[in-house]
Design a protein around this ligand. Sequence first.
Ligand code: NAG
Ligand code: NAG
Length: 326
Amino acid sequence: MKLIITLLLANVLAAYALTDKEEWVNFKSKNKKVYKTALEEMKRFSTFQSNLRKIKAHNAKEEQGLSSYRMGVNAFADLTPNEFKDMMTLSNSQRPEDKEITPTKLHYDGELPTEVDWRKKGAVTEVKNQSKCGACWSFSTTGTVEGAYFIKTGKLVSLSEQNLVDCDKNNYGCGGGYMTTALKYIEKNGIMADKDYPYEAKDDKCRFNKSNIAVKITSFIRIASGDEQDLQEKVELVGPVSIAIEANKNFQFYTSGIFDDISCQSGIQSLGHAVLAVGYGSEKGKDYWIVKNSWATDWGMDGYILMSRNKNNQCGVATDAVVAII
Ligand SMILES: *[C@@H]1O[C@H](CO)[C@@H](O)[C@H](O)[C@H]1NC(C)=O
Ligand SMILES: *[C@@H]1O[C@H](CO)[C@@H](O)[C@H](O)[C@H]1NC(C)=O
């Protein structure tokens, strides 16, 4: 009897390990992961297994109707929560003091539409891939400027993050930065197109060429901090808005649905990641923001996430947001 139970247990364990192995092999091949040593691979596999368990436990909750979003294995599945956190490079200690930038309320009296999606109007470029460089701030910045330029001219031009990474010396390249600082750079110098100054995912020397400027902005508007109604007005009336958020350990594995996570922080010191609000809407009574990320199209829903809206400024969507004006 004891032997049978032991054998059964061994079988169950083997089957369990095998399932994980299969997912591991798929993960490695899909993401072209190669590890330097067997020890490193063992450590990564163990992290992967722990992430996989969290993902499966979360999805089981979702299947019982206890969560509004799903998680899944993606390119970040071999990172520990701390390693993932290290990728969030909007460090609060480097945040500039923008005393001179005061929020500009538009005092809009009319009724806002219940749904806006700037992608459908052609104001949003394809989802980009910041890769291992901590330049989320530059992607968020080009996003709001690309939108403003499209709304002004009807032309969609992909703008150069590398231009900002290399040349905006008031920011920190792949080490982090801020959208308001980057927008000041563009206000002063203009910015080149992606095709003339392509992304390299590393700090490089500045090769800005004045005779090749694609877009200049005249100013930018800061959203009243924490005010989702103001953010909604700016998204509808001005265009895609650069936002700073907390991207937590659940955000790391988001794959679909409306991301509603009460543990997500909204205070300015928690905002480590920069993204782009390109619209908003509601589904089954749940309001959401349509948010463009810069982690390529295999993260989230083809590179996008629906984040909770009107839920007490969850994840800080409206805490530190700004929109470019051409
Ligand atoms: C993102 O870029 C990195 C580095 O260039 C690459 O390894 C990774 O495969 C890219 N991801 C996607 C989904 O294209
Ligand atoms: C700057 O751009 C102009 C126009 O495309 C080009 O003629 C010139 O050679 C460029 N200068 C440098 C230093 O690359």
